[in-house]
Design a protein around this ligand. Structure first.
Ligand code: XMP
Length: 510
């Protein structure tokens, strides 16, 4: 595998993704991971990511200096490039701005990092600090008009630094540079081919679980469904799938998912109607984190009760979850200094469960989850259904949840999604849903004044939910959706379209 040390760059994910797309496992580790821990992962190469800091600032993030003694090839990108220059005895001088932009890179040598590239390449460049004197043993391999050491190398020790970003698409042959590093320099073997990944995941589950029984909570989202299917393939009827209706599901969701599971041979399927319990506990609660905590804890309680009542006769050792890689990163489970943004439902579970936790897809990005699902022959419609969060509609009703608000939101969301599907727009969107804003506004219908709720429509384009852009739904379709919602859903007299990116907004409303 390739280890990416994260110096606080958003692009660290992109680097890992690009490496995985080349067919090689990549793992992101915090920048200060001790060299011995890095070595225990057996990487064939290290990549030092970019980052917002300056190596010239006091206290800026530095890696364990022993990484340079591990004997594995290292590629420093942007901040990582400057770090390498500074830490190995060269010099770095401050830049005037920290902007990014297109630059023409003049290549001095081609092999091995720049194999197959032209003598001049368009790259996405970071105009920050720059290396002004090379460390001993290094040679210059590329420059730009204003940056003499835009790329350098110590071919003997297989250390490379590039000031530009090969991971972004603006760098025309960036993938080729990463490919050259991963295969040409590091000699990595392809091990991240999705069919093999699925097979390995199933084998790993079988090994880990042994003869035990596993409980999995199905939430209606793609992640839990893929996780459940993997486990089902691994251990068959020792998997107990519990689908809790917490009263926060979308319209028709329970029926659709349970029909699929039955059809696909899930024999131990337990459908639990816990709507009253959940909604009772959520009454009067409007704080987002409080809602998430209540839902997370109630889930466990409902599971435990189900075990006591229905599943007592089996010895259930594991609780399986559909946690994916971005969930872990965002909940600051990895990555130093990453701020806690939201406590994800999947991670608010109390520790003293009495279960071991099984998270078969915890290292996968969302699109990888879908590709694994396709290998497992999950039906297209379920697989390509937009992600749905564990806490369900609770985080799409801003503030207090009431039965009336739930019913309005469910209907509005169903109209929205149906119209997107009919127009062929649904599968162009990464995630779309309606949210209910807890304000009432004035409208007029017929001759009468109305005073009703506002529905916000969200549709975003994203790769993995970490960042997102608002999706440009054609205006005519937006208009149709708006008039259908107001016309068909009682209790709504205004529809807004959310045009905020993530960041600064999040995708969900709470
Ligand atoms: P945010 O709102 O954090 O959402 O920008 C990013 C992605 O994560 C989903 N999400 C969740 N999924 N449990 C989940 O399983 C949660 O608690 C949770 N909160 C957000 C969200 O739907 C989006 O796809």
């Amino acid at each position: 595998m390739i280890v990416v040390l994260n110096f606080g760059s958003q692009f660290a994910h992109l680097i890992a993704r690009r490496v995985r797309d080349l067919g090689v496992k990549a793992e992101i580790l915090p920048f200060d991971t001790p060299a011995s821990v890095i070595a225990s992962h057996n990487p064939v190469g290290l990549i030092l990511s970019g980052g917002p800091a300056s190596v010239l600032e006091k206290g800026s993030p530095h890696p364990d200096k022993r990484i340079f003694e591990l004997g594995v090839p290292i590629l420093g990108i942007c901040y990582g490039h400057q770090l390498m220059g500074q830490m190995l005895g060269g010099r770095v001088i401050p830049g005037k701005t920290r902007e990014f932009g297109k630059e023409h890179l003049a290549l001095k040598g081609s092999r091995p990092l720049f194999s197959g590239l032209k003598r001049s390449e368009v790259v996405w460049f970071s105009h920050g600090d720059q290396v002004s004197k090379l460390p001993k043993g290094f040679i210059k391999i590329a420059s730009t008009a204003d940056c003499p050491y835009a790329a350098f190398a110590d071919p003997k020790r297989r250390l490379f630094g590039i000031q530009f970003h090969p991971e972004v698409t603006h760098t025309v042959h960036g993938t080729r540079v990463l490919q050259n590093f991963v295969f040409g320099v590091c000699g990595a073997k392809k091990n991240w081919e999705i069919k093999a990944v699925a097979r390995h995941l199933i084998e790993d589950i079988r090994l880990e679980v042994g003869n035990s029984h596993v409980l999995v909570g199905i939430s209606g989202g793609v992640d839990s469904l893929v996780a459940a299917t993997l486990i089902h393939k691994a251990i068959g009827n020792r998997l107990h799938a519990v689908f809790v209706d917490h009263g926060l599901l979308r319209k028709g969701e329970m029926e659709q998912v349970s029909t699929y599971l039955r059809k696909h041979g899930f024999k131990k399927l337990h459908l639990i109607d816990a709507r009253k319990t959940f909604l009772g506990r959520l009454t009067g609660v409007s704080d987002p984190e409080q809602k998430r905590k209540i839902i997370g804890h109630t889930f466990i309680e409902v599971f435990e009760n189900a075990i006591k009542k229905e599943l007592k006769k089996y010895e259930i050792t594991y609780l399986a979850q559909g946690t994916i890689y971005p969930d872990r990163i965002e909940s600051a489970a990895t990555g130093k200094g990453a701020a806690k943004i939201k406590s994800h439902h999947n991670l608010t579970l109390p520790e003293k469960l009495g279960f071991k936790i099984l998270e078969p897809i915890k290292d996968l990005y969302k699109d990888e989850v879908r590709r694994v699902g396709a290998v497992l022959n999950l039906p297209h419609e379920l697989l390509w259904r937009h992600p749905f969060p564990g806490p369900g509609l609770a985080i799409r009703i801003v503030g207090e949840i009431t039965p009336e608000r739930l019913s309005i939101l469910r209907d509005a969301d169903a109209v929205y999604i149906e119209e997107l599907r009919k127009a062929g727009e649904y599968e162009k969107i990464w995630q779309a849903f309606a949210a209910l804003l807890p304000v009432k506004v004035v409208g007029v219908m017929g001759d009468a004044r109305t005073y009703e709720y506002v529905i916000a429509l969200r549709a975003v384009d994203s790769v993995d939910g970490m960042s997102a852009d608002w999706h440009k739904i054609p205006p005519a379709l937006l208009e149709r959706i708006s008039s259908h919602i107001v016309g068909r859903v009682r209790g709504v007299n205004r529809v807004l379209y959310d045009i905020t990116q993530k960041p600064p907004a999040t995708i969900e409303y709470e």
